[in-house]
Design a protein around this ligand. Structure first.
Ligand code: HEC
Length: 185
């Protein structure tokens, strides 16, 4: 299973230690960077409050910027692209599940669970579809959707009508769950 960025890494060339995820009190911080000060101490340089594995839900430009970093490629991803599975309108695609979505076995997905779908035209990625669980629990308002095909934005919003109507039926065939058809483990 591809859990992204799990192992702390020390880079001797700049004396920097990067800790991908660390518990602080009851919360977590991400990408904590520390520098060895040459004596017997590490100095904290920077950290982030939100996991890089959770796409920024809410603004198309932010989602695009995040997609271009390619972080999702370290998630659990289908090995190859495939034709859309009925009733998918997505055409040829490849789906990746983030660690939170991938690890969830039952019930609704936890907050922060997310999927990225690469949309293909031939062998070229021509767009992306993204789903992010933004609040725990049931209901259409718990998912943010984003899709761009070429230069055309097909969906961008919480409970987006272009996506919700169909994804709300993901559980109908007994395979999908909580508006998600495919979970990659
Ligand atoms: C008519 C039905 C339908 C519509 C409309 C639809 N999807 Fe999907 N979607 C699917 C199906 C079926 C899959 C799973 C398999 C596939 O695509 O091959 C899927 C997969 C996905 C996935 C991967 C996670 C999963 O649920 O499997 C994402 C992310 C996604 N769609 C986003 C969107 C977005 C964003 C929109 C709106 C712009 C949208 N979809 C509209 C049917 C739909």
């Amino acid at each position: 299973m591809a859990l992204a960025h799990e192992t702390p890494e020390y880079n001797p060339s700049n004396a920097q230690l990067t800790i991908p995820e660390v518990k602080v009190g009851s919360g977590m911080v991400y990408n904590a960077k520390l520098k060895f000060d040459g004596v017997d101490n590490f100095k904290l340089l920077s950290f982030e409050n939100t996991s890089p594995n959770i796409p920024p839900a809410g603004k198309a430009a932010d989602v695009e910027q995040w997609l271009m970093k390619g972080i999702y490629k370290n998630w659990a991803c289908e090995a190859t692209k495939h034709a859309g599975r009925a009733p998918s309108p997505h055409g040829e695609n490849r789906i990746c599940s983030n660690p939170l979505l991938s690890a969830s076995d039952s019930g609704t997905f936890p907050m922060g669970a997310a999927s990225v779908k690469e949309l293909y035209s031939g062998d070229t990625i021509s767009g992306y579809a993204v789903g992010v669980k933004i609040i725990a629990g049931e209901g259409k308002d718990t998912w943010y959707w984003y899709e761009r095909l070429g230069s055309s934005v097909e969906g961008d919003g919480i409970a987006d009508k272009a996506c919700e109507g169909c994804h709300s039926h993901a559980a109908d065939d007994g395979k999908g769950r909580d508006r998600t058809f495919t979970r990659v483990k």
